[in-house]
Design a protein around this ligand. Structure first.
Ligand SMILES: C[S@@+](CC[C@H](N)C(=O)[O-])C[C@H]1O[C@@H](n2cnc3c(N)ncnc32)[C@H](O)[C@@H]1O
Length: 186
């Protein structure tokens, strides 16, 4: 069986893709409330391994369509994700709490920056997807939970112990923000 990780590694160059816009999702049984199209953010296309292919392949491989109720808009431009990581000043050894990793495009950049990422994702399908995507690294952990309701401190305390800072990146459908919180281990 082809895993999502294998798919990510076998993607063609982005230049071969015709457009940065994803076609409207076809409706299927039980998908009455699905939005008609995939919402994307994509400013430019790059000819290297990138989030554009990875995100589309990952979603297609799971037969998933974004759920508006969960603010599922996926970042397709790796440059933006890199800017987000730079804006949050993510460094080697940091622990990053990522709220809503989605397909893991920002997660990937954070891990490549040297951070360990603790992600909290409400949608169990996306949890499966990112768990599979990052199964080969010990710098990633995902919890299936609602960030609004879960007890965040009990999750992060065990892995925070000797860390100097905690970066919290929060990307939501309408408010895209990167927050940096400094939480001293108690
Ligand atoms: C904007 S999308 C994904 C962003 C991701 N960084 C990307 O560009 O691919 C937001 C994600 O947050 C998740 N989400 C929404 N509400 C949540 C909540 N209350 N707790 C945890 N995750 C949530 C959604 O399922 C979705 O995967």
């Amino acid at each position: 069986m082809t895993t999502a990780v294998q798919l990510f590694h076998s993607l063609p160059p982005i230049a071969s893709l015709p457009t940065a816009t994803v076609p409207a999702a076809k409706s299927s049984a039980g998908a009455r409330n699905q939005p008609a199209s995939l919402h994307v953010v994509c400013a430019s296309r790059k000819s290297r391994d990138d989030d554009y292919h990875a995100t589309l392949k990952a979603l297609n491989s799971k037969g998933r369509f974004p759920r508006k109720s969960l603010g599922q808009h996926y970042m397709l431009n790796p440059e933006i994700n890199e800017q987000l990581a730079r804006a949050a000043n993510v460094e080697e050894g940091d622990v990053v709490l990522e709220i809503g990793p989605g397909t893991g495009s920002l997660t990937n950049v954070l891990i490549n920056s040297g951070a360990t990422v603790l992600a909290i994702e409400k949608d169990p399908h996306m949890v499966d997807l990112v768990r599979e995507r990052f199964e080969t690294t010990d710098k990633f952990k995902v919890l299936q939970d609602d960030f609004v309701k879960c007890h965040i401190r009990s999750h992060i305390s065990p892995i925070l112990e000797s860390r100097k800072a905690l970066n919290v990146s929060l990307i939501r459908a309408k408010v895209r923000t990167v927050l940096r919180l400094h939480l001293k281990p108690s």
